[in-house]
Write a protein that binds this ligand. Structure first.
Ligand code: CP
Ligand code: NVA
Length: 306
């Protein structure tokens, strides 16, 4: 049985297998020849943080696959009142076929998984957001941007930056991460990525200069400067990130036909200008829709590997 907590535990072949399965299922849905693959299965979805895309895509995805999803906010279940995670894990995994968790500390996901009898999926932790990267790469595959891409991630060294580091270093493509001083990625994650890059041939550049990252990039991406749980740091973060907005000037440094991605929610004219977000190079809504298709591929893949 496999869990899906980070891309660290996955090989290039496995990541591509999940994505190709997702694309196959997407084509079936569009052709209305869809075959439900997880009939009568249940997915428990535990949310300790807000969500629009993750909740809707997993719930709709499980329904379309022939199963059922349960939305469990920590305000409703006893986890939020102090019932131990290890008890919650054993109870829920004795009744459900799969579990998705959105939480704060990544260690909580690991603890839950260690007590779970069924596959556990990371629906975002403070450290990683791997299901988002499945959708992002699927979007790149669909428009041919998976061929020798140069990805520029500009912004906070957060869960999204960490997940890009894992994806690039596993798949072997070029990634430049530009963050302000003091907001760099976790050195342990960078070290892991560098180690994987040696095997895969990925080229990883870590810089504090957004222009260095953007120059000639074929994919430009960013994320909010204030992640969930960091609301109190808003004032100091807005100051520290000055000059990191992805606007027309920065996009102008990228390759002519570069695409723009953002996991959303986006804050207009903060980390990205309205013009880039709504512009012709932006594929943000294709990317958001792909959450549904990529995660269906993931759930079917996890079911096959138990
Ligand atoms: N991108 C993403 O995970 O969105 P939500 O927070 O809306 O789930
Ligand atoms: N970095 C953001 C991603 C939201 C999908 C956060 O953790 O809030």
């Amino acid at each position: 049985m496999r869990h899906f907590l980070t891309l660290k535990e996955y090989s290039k072949e496995e990541i591509l297998e999940i994505l190709n399965l997702g694309l196959e299922i997407k084509a079936e849905v569009k052709a209305k020849t869809f075959v439900p693959r997880l009939v009568n299965q249940t997915l428990a979805m535990i949310f300790e943080k807000s969500s629009t895309r993750t909740r809707v895509s997993f719930e709709v995805g499980m329904y379309q696959l022939g199963g059922h999803a349960l939305f469990l906010s920590n305000r409703d279940i006893h986890l939020g009142r102090g019932e131990p995670l290890k008890d919650t894990a054993r109870v829920i995994s004795s009744m459900c076929d799969m579990v998705m968790i959105r939480t704060y500390e990544h260690s909580k996901l690991e603890e839950f998984a260690s007590y779970s009898k069924v596959p556990v999926i990371n629906g975002l932790s403070d450290s990683y957001h791997p299901v988002q990267l499945l959708a992002d790469y699927m979007t790149m595959m669909e428009c041919g941007k998976d061929i020798n891409p140069i990805v520029a991630y500009i912004g906070d060294g957060n869960n999204m930056a960490h997940s890009w580091l894992m994806l690039a270093s596993k798949l072997g493509f070029e990634l430049r991460v530009a963050t302000p001083k003091g907001y760099e990625c976790d050195p342990i994650v960078i070290a892991d990525a560098m180690r994987f890059a040696e095997e895969s041939g990925a080229k990883i550049t870590i810089t504090n200069d957004p222009k260095v990252a953007a120059k000639g990039a074929t994919v430009v991406t960013t994320d909010t400067w204030i992640s969930m749980g960091q609301e109190e740091e808003k004032t100091q973060r807005l100051l520290a990130f000055q000059g990191y907005i992805v606007d027309d000037a920065l996009m102008g440094l990228a390759a002519e036909n570069a695409i723009f991605l953002h996991c959303l929610p986006a804050y207009r004219d903060v980390e990205v200008s309205e013009s880039v977000l709504e512009g012709a190079q932006s594929l943000i809504f294709e990317e958001a829709e792909n959450r549904l298709h990529a995660q269906k591929g993931l759930m079917v893949w996890l079911d096959k590997h138990r």
